[in-house]
Every structure is written in C-alpha cells, then in structure tokens.
Ligand binder design. Structure first.
Ligand code: PA5
Length: 448
C-alpha cells in the first residue's frame, strides 16, 4: 500500500553504502524496539495503533458525535503537534470546500498570532452556531490560550454558561497543566486525555488526531488498522532494504553524510499539502539539534515547478528530494479532443488528468536526477484512511531511526524554549520577570 522507490538515488548512493551502514541501523532499530534509546520516556507513539482500547476509541467517537450533532461549525484550537495531524488527515481525505453531509465544517484557530485572521474569524463566527475543541498537551501554549480565551469571550455573549460548557471539548494531559486546572475548576464536562508518554508531533494517532478525524466522519478504526500494519512491518523486519521505515531512514542518513543537508519533500497531489506541513514539523523538530539534522523543506507540485523548480534543477547541490505521490486517483477526468484545437492541446486528448500528473512526476524525477539531485519516491496507493494510517506511522518510525542514527534525541525539543523566554519576559509573564531587564538590554544593543 506504500512503496519506496530508491532507484534514482543511484549513483549518488551505491549498494555498498547500505551494506556499510546496515549494522548501525540494525543496532538503533533494536534499541528503539527495546525502548533503550535516547528519549525513551516519550515512546508511547510506538504502540498507539494497538494499545488504545475499544472503550477509549468509543469515548473519542462519542465526543466526536456530540460535537458533530450540535453545530454546523467546529473550531479546533491548537498549534504544532496539537493541530497539524488532524488538519492534514482531513485535508488528505476530504475535499477542501465541502464537509461530508451531516458533518460540521472545521475551522482552525490558535495556530499563529495573526490579529487580522483572529478578528476576521471571530467576526464570521459571531453569527454562526459553533462548538470548540481545544487541544494542548502542556495546557500553557500561548497561541492556543489566547484563541480559546477570545472564543470564550464571544461564546459567553451567545450562549448560557451551561450551554457554552457543553459546546467545548478539552484535550490535555492529565496532571497539573493550566488547561487541566481550568477545565476542572470551571467544571467543563467534556475532557479527554492527551497521552503523557507521547510528544505533540507524534500524537496524530492518539485522541489528538483521531478526534478531529472522527468529527469529520473519517473511519478512525481504519486509520489505526493501516498504522498497525505498518507498525508490524517496521518492527519485525530487520533487513534494511526490506523494511521501508529503515530503508527511508538509512537513505536519508547516507545522503546527509555525503553533504546533502536539505530534504525537499515534493508533494505530487494537492491533498498532500498539510501532510507536508505535518512531516516538516516531525522531521525538523526531531532532528534539528546539537548542530545536526537534515533541513526539511516542502514543495507543492506541479505548482512549485513554476517557482522553485529552477533552484531544484540548478541551484546549490546540497539537497536531495523525496517525492510523495498518490498512485490511484478514483476520478476519470479526461482531456477531450477539440475540433479546432485552437489551444494546441489536442496532443493530450484522451489522456486522464491523473496520467498527466504522473507523467509530470516521472519527467521531474528524471530531470532533477540528471541535474544532480538524488531522489526517491514514496507512493501511497490511494487516498484512504488505511493508507493514511500507514503513512503517518511510516514517517514517525523513520524519523525516530533517523534521529537515533544522528545520535540526537528525536523526541525532545529543547531549542523551542529560547524565543519563548524572550517573548514571555517582554510580555510581562511574572514567571519570566527575572529575564526582562537582560532581554531589554540585548534588544537595545541590537536595535539602538
Ligand atoms: O511537537 C510538539 O511538542 C509541539 O509542536 C507542540 O505540539 C506544540 O508546541 C503545542 O504544544 P501543546 O500541545 O503543549 O499546546
């Protein structure tokens, strides 16, 4: 259902390269499976496809059913790992402009600090009937907190206090986070757990990603079944070239060692755009530390062949490319013959749109290879929940192996705190008051 074709990595990589690296790949594979690797307190994602009980899945379905039945709009509030997984699943499986019948349209909020977006969204929601699902593992993320507070301000004017509570679902970690405390002290009745041993960017197969999918009518059981199948393959097969998770990770690692520091994920279907965003976070945040890591970038094809194509073909040779494509599209759109052929496109007559896109991928892969860009292709059989589950698990597994090969902890993100320290100090958060004078001084030096 998902394949990896590495033919166009040759001659940049040779079979002997894989032979040399195989023992180390096998070692980190075993360490990961034995939970004896760096960051092993955050390995809950490894078992998510198989460890969630029917009762837990039923809880997700019930909460989703409640939100779906209550209002025509659902606002999902969250950022990073608390937003990208669910959003990318919905975009992959459903047309952008129309939610399935009987399902709410899903809007996203709290994934940045744009005041224009916030004002426009709240203005729109003013006259709509809506529910809110707020997702935050820590419960203290500022973007999420502000968006939720703004929504509560508005909801308090539209609904009774009891009704407002009934329209809000909170997903956060059990314990003492601010959102948890808020939900409990303010008695919000709909509360689900973000698993403690799963980091944000690895949470798509937990309640965090499954809830938005279930609200949209996506069969979450099928998503988990797909992920389970990929999990078995990734866990059980020790041979690097037979195990797609190890093969992808080893190829990236070898390319990195040969000076290919950028991986460009070329998305050959518009339904993959947000999956690209999810992938970018997963790989960037997992690998980029201690001065190491492949920089993950994405392009949307064929759109970006008309903008970034030039750089890919002839720019600095520090990159490699991974094409991500969907093999079978169910539509049968055909370019028909025109009598006059005024637009000179009759040479395409009789071709399915999907075939033309496939040809564009083949032509691009060949041209980039000849231009000095090693490339490989991950092909997803179709846009189905099962394929999506496989894809999510494949990338999570690969980045874990890849990070461990680089000798970094793939499951932490110590670097994301740096700008927050400055920002919170400047905004007056009392917990960061001790940094305020220092940050001000540094800024004065920079800006005069
Ligand atoms: O992967 C991560 O850890 C981050 O992207 C988080 O998901 C993101 O910062 C949001 O954090 P939280 O879920 O605590 O609000």
């Amino acid at each position: 259902m998902i394949t990896l074709n590495t033919k166009l990595l040759s001659p940049f990589l040779r079979p002997g390269d894989y032979t040399l690296v195989a023992p180390r790949v096998r070692l980190v594979h075993q360490q990961l499976l034995a939970r004896k690797c760096k960051g092993n307190d955050l390995l809950g994602w490894l078992d998510l496809p198989v460890c969630q009980s029917n009762t837990e899945i039923e809880k997700i379905r019930t909460a989703a059913g409640h939100l779906a039945a209550k209002a025509p709009y659902l606002v999902i509030v969250g950022i990073g790992g608390s937003y990208l997984g669910g959003c990318s699943a919905i975009e992959f499986l459903q047309p952008e402009w129309q939610p399935p019948k009987g399902r709410p349209a899903i809007l996203f909020f709290g994934h940045h600090l744009s005041s224009a977006y916030s004002a426009e969204l709240l203005n729109f929601l003013q006259d709509q009937d809506y529910c809110v699902c707020v997702i935050s593992k820590s419960g203290s993320t500022v973007e999420t907190g502000i968006a939720f507070r703004l929504l509560r301000q508005q909801m308090a004017k539209k609904y009774s206090a009891k009704e407002m509570r009934d329209r809000v679902l909170i997903i956060t970690e059990p314990g003492v986070g601010s959102l948890r405390r808020f939900a409990e002290t303010e008695r919000y009745p709909h509360l689900l757990d973000h698993p403690k041993d799963v980091g944000g960017r690895f949470s798509v197969l937990s309640t965090v990603g499954l809830l938005p999918m279930a609200v949209s009518g996506i069969d979450i059981h099928e998503v988990l079944q797909g992920a389970t199948a990929m999990r078995s393959l990734c866990m059980k097969q020790p041979d690097v070239e037979e195990n797609i998770g190890l093969h992808y990770a080893a190829s990236r690692y070898l390319l990195y060692r040969k000076g290919r520091f950028v991986e460009n994920l070329s998305l050959f279907d518009s339904s993959l755009q947000m999956i690209g965003e999810w992938w970018r976070q997963l790989f960037g945040e997992s690998e980029g530390k201690n001065g190491k890591g492949i920089f993950p970038s994405t392009t949307m094809m064929t759109t970006d062949l008309h903008s970034m194509g030039q750089y890919l073909q002839q720019g600095r040779r520090i990159l490699f490319e991974t094409f991500l494509r969907v093999q079978n599209q169910p539509d049968r759109l055909v370019v028909e013959k025109s009598q006059k052929d005024a637009d000179k496109l009759n040479y395409l007559a009789g071709n399915r749109m999907d075939r033309i896109n496939r040809t564009a991928w083949e032509a691009t892969a060949l041209a980039h290879h000849e231009g000095g860009v090693p490339n490989m292709t991950v092909a997803v059989k179709q846009r189905s929940p099962a394929c999506l589950g496989r894809l999510f698990y494949l990338f999570e597994f690969s980045v874990a192996i890849s990070g461990l090969l680089l000798r970094v902890n793939p499951f932490d993100q110590p670097g994301v705190q740096e700008y927050k320290n400055n920002m919170f100090a400047m905004l007056g958060d009392p917990q960061y008051a001790h940094l305020k004078a220092q940050v001000k001084k540094k800024l004065k030096k920079l800006h005069g």
